[in-house]
Design a protein around this ligand. Structure first.
Ligand code: BG6
Ligand code: MG
Length: 220
């Protein structure tokens, strides 16, 4: 039985994954590092500082901690510029209807995001009040693929991971959910998310009944 759903934010609730990508792309160009959409796919879902380490490794570069902090700040400034006008039109298709549906079915809703900007973005799209629990990058010490963010969410909800679905658009996020013992829905392409219990192109027209029957089929 499913009692709760924990949603990732960027690329699941809000169309912000593309802005993280653009900001990293700009930093990569600034540091003269070749950075492709495939590289970005591998960085999705992980913290800002871990992402920077991956970017620098791609370019075979090494910098002092002080420089790395400066680069994280620059990337975040660019990301905030890109998202400064974000509003409810940035909510991904089907999300509001799906949240309404889950609420009417008595399902608890949580957010589990690596982003330190999660609360700001949720406020901007006016969805903060929809979540019973919010765990973000300010609340955890270990980045996805560590399950900490989802386990903290489960603990705050008071529900065991095996009764919770995690919805994620990143391979690292699915890894994190699996290692925490959660059921998983991957949003996006099978190419990156085939380890999820099910992969869907979006949450449009999805019902709890569909997820329950589909996930129980794949895990039984
Ligand atoms: C995740 C994104 O949600 O948050 C990553 O998928 C991002 O792309 C990470 O790097 C950290 O976000 P922020 O806003 O704290 O830099
Ligand atoms: Mg994401």
């Amino acid at each position: 039985m499913i009692d709760a759903i924990i949603f990732d934010l960027d690329g699941v609730i809000v169309d912000t994954a593309k802005y993280h990508f653009r900001a990293w792309q700009r930093l990569a160009a600034h540091l003269d590092i070749h950075f492709t959409p495939e590289d970005n796919e591998r960085m999705k879902g992980i913290s800002r500082s871990d992402s920077l380490d991956k970017l620098l490794a791609l370019g075979g570069k090494s910098y002092s901690e002080r420089d790395k902090q400066k680069f994280c700040l620059i990337k975040n400034t660019w990301y905030l510029e890109l998202t400064q006008n974000i509003n409810p039109s940035g909510i991904l298709p089907g999300i509001v209807a799906f949240l309404d549906h889950l609420e009417s079915e008595g399902i608890k809703l949580a957010l589990g995001s690596a982003s330190k900007n999660a609360r700001k973005i949720l406020d901007a799209v006016k969805l903060t009040h929809r979540f019973d629990v919010i765990v973000d990058g300010n609340d955890v010490s270990k980045s996805k693929p560590d399950p900490e963010v989802f386990l903290k969410g489960a603990q705050a909800l008071g529900i065991a991971p095996q009764h919770i679905i995690v919805v994620e658009d990143s391979a690292k996020g699915i890894d994190a959910a699996i290692s925490g013992g959660f059921l998983t829905v991957g949003l996006g392409s099978e190419d990156h998310l085939s380890h999820a219990d099910i992969v869907l192109p979006s949450l449009e027209h999805i019902t709890l009944g569909f997820l329950q029957s589909h996930i129980s089929k794949t895990v039984s």
